[in-house]
Design a protein around this ligand. Structure first.
Ligand SMILES: Nc1ncnc2c1ncn2[C@@H]1O[C@H](COP(=O)(O)OP(=O)(O)OP(=O)(O)O)[C@@H](O)[C@H]1O
Length: 374
């Protein structure tokens, strides 16, 4: 177990930005997730912590010790990559035993080795396959063995780079649950890279969202979900994506022009008449009701369902509010039908306000302000 502190980390590949002045503080025993789209700099960050890259600037401390110039071998971190190599001529058990034989992490008796192997293979659901060779395993099983090769070795920090990316959705969900128990069990500091927001929300004690090599927000999954720092973070989480709609301050209300959407202007944000903002509403926070009735703490707006498509367990509904369409997720029923006049109802706490603009714009007000806004 160890803390990890990355300060002002910078790495360029020629003219391409890998990471740019990135700072992260990771606590002892944390399961810390780095979330970001392809090319955001996730792998570059992990490799820098592992010592596998020549960085341009910044420092890496592990367990309070400056490791910036220390060879990877002496950092006592274990890193798993997206693509894994297994020894083809060794069984699953032998593949997992080899990291325990290197000697640098202590000497294990055969019984101790087997105990660790059993623990890891049980967690990963491959205990019954210990005598198989890699060629006798499915891709998903091979990926789990490769992950096992990392986890079997005691290390101060595990660095996992999209370890579930090659698994199908069902297996991924299962493995996610298993990894969570493993994290809780081993108590080792883990830094886990993914571009899958569900994985990030399910696994992370905290999540760092990065974009173009820069940190955008770092917080608990609940904070990131409920108080995204900007529209980029808001859009990165949730499927279907958060609705983002232009709005304007009119009198004491924020309104969406052309619709009956009106919410009181939140205090403390310094908004005045005519100011433009963007409203964000997650589809999962939008309920369909029969009519627009006043309801304390909510905004209700009449509209019409113009599209209803099944999306797994839910129906994705597009509701036209008068030239503005919002997407909602409904469990079904008579309101979730095309052509039906309905109203949408949203808890005011779930109405996000962002600065006006087309690209990524910032959340208005601090998280603390926003929480007591309405
Ligand atoms: N060896 C390299 N040479 C040149 N450019 C690189 C190299 N490695 C990474 N990059 C670039 O640096 C940026 C960050 O890459 P990185 O692999 O860290 O992103 P990532 O977030 O891990 O992406 P992915 O999810 O696709 O793996 C990208 O623009 C990438 O093209």
């Amino acid at each position: 177990m160890a803390t990890v502190a990355v300060a002002n980390l910078t790495k360029h590949y020629g003219k391409t930005v890998g990471v740019d002045d990135l700072s992260l503080q990771i606590g002892d025993g944390e399961f810390f997730v780095i979330l970001g789209p392809s090319g955001a700099g996730k792998t570059t960050t992990l490799k820098s912590i592992a010592g596998l890259l020549d960085i341009d600037g910044g420092t890496v401390h592990i367990g309070g010790t400056d490791m910036t110039r220390v060879e990877p071998y002496h950092r006592n971190v274990a890193m798993a990559f997206e693509s894994y190599a297994l020894y083809p001529q060794k069984t699953l058990r032998q593949n997992l035993a080899s990291p325990l034989k290197s000697g640098r992490t202590g000497n294990y008796t055969a019984a101790q080795q087997q105990e660790r192997i059993d623990q890891v293979t049980t967690t990963l659901g491959i205990n019954h396959l210990q005598d198989r060779f890699p060629r006798e395993l499915s891709n998903g099983q091979r990926q789990r063995v490769a992950l096992g090769r990392v986890l079997v070795r005691p290390a101060d920090v595990y660095l996992l780079d999209e370890p579930l990316s090659h698994l199908d959705a069902k297996l991924r969900a299962e493995m996610r649950a298993e990894l969570k128990t493993l994290g809780a069990m081993s108590n080792t500091t883990t830094i886990y890279v993914t571009h899958d927001y569900q994985e990030a929300l399910a696994l992370g004690t905290r999540i760092a969202v990065i974009r173009n090599g820069k940190l955008v927000q770092v917080d608990t999954p609940a904070e990131i979900w409920h108080h995204p720092a900007d529209t980029f973070v808001a859009r990165a989480l949730g499927q279907p994506e958060i609705n983002l709609v232009d709005a304007v301050v009119d009198g004491g209300n924020v309104i969406i022009p052309g619709t009956k959407f009106a919410i009181p202007v939140p205090g403390d944000l310094g908004l005045g008449a005519g100011d433009k903002v963007r409203i964000g509403i997650r589809p999962s926070d939008l309920d369909l009701v029969a009519q627009a009735e006043e309801s304390a703490g909510h905004v209700t707006v009449p509209g019409r369902v113009i599209l209803a498509e099944r999306l797994g367990r839910n129906i994705e509904v597009s509701v036209d509010l008068g030239g503005t369409t919002l997407i909602g997720l409904s469990p079904g029923g008579p309101l979730a039908e095309e052509g039906v006049d309905v109203a949408i109802r949203v808890d005011l706490e779930h109405v996000h306000l962002f600065a006006a603009g087309d690209g990524d714009t910032a959340r208005l007000g601090s998280a603390a302000q926003r929480r007591k806004e309405f």
